[in-house]
Design a protein around this ligand. Sequence first.
Ligand code: BEZ
Length: 211
Amino acid sequence: MAILIGDAAPDFEADTSEGHIRFHDYIDGHWAVLFSHPKNFTPVCTTELGYTAKLKPEFDKRGVKVLGLSVDELKNHAGWAADIEETQGTRLNFPVIADPRGEIARKYDMIHPNADNTLTVRSVFVIGPDKKVKLKIEYPASTGRNFDEVLRVIDSLQLTARHQVATPVNWKNGEDVIIVTSVTDEQAKAKYPEGWKAVKPYLRIVPQPRG
Ligand code: BEZ
């Protein structure tokens, strides 16, 4: 059965480029990004892993642990990591899971048999500290993902978790946000004593809360 937003993120044990992990213990108390790439030593994947390694300080700032997953043998990861460093100018600085039998990939529905029977598509799961799936994105193997967009969604998810606000179309960190409809005007008055802009009774805009 497909894993959907709001579902529990399945636990697993795996060998990674940074040692053996049990997923739930590894991410304990943190947000996490788990993303699959179809195959080691392939061009699009090489650029994605290099860019994600460059963004690692941004993920760290947000308390997010990043893990890649490949249906390749662990012994292949080291050679590919050297290529990533040489061609993308960044050393791999997060664990890449070795899933040669595709067991974890199948648990997370990362293999779409009508696209390819053995390789994964480009899946991204953002998982909250409650170990529930908060975001799921799927791209075909031929299209590299936008990891700046993954960071943007994490900013939105973390704001919602902290402040009961939602984010409008094309929102970027620092821009105005929307008070969620489950917050009554009475409750909103307590939280936003300086008020809000009510475009409609259900569309209440406030500056992005800090902290
Ligand atoms: C790539 O990373 O370039 C790639 C991997 C698998 C299929 C197609 C492209």
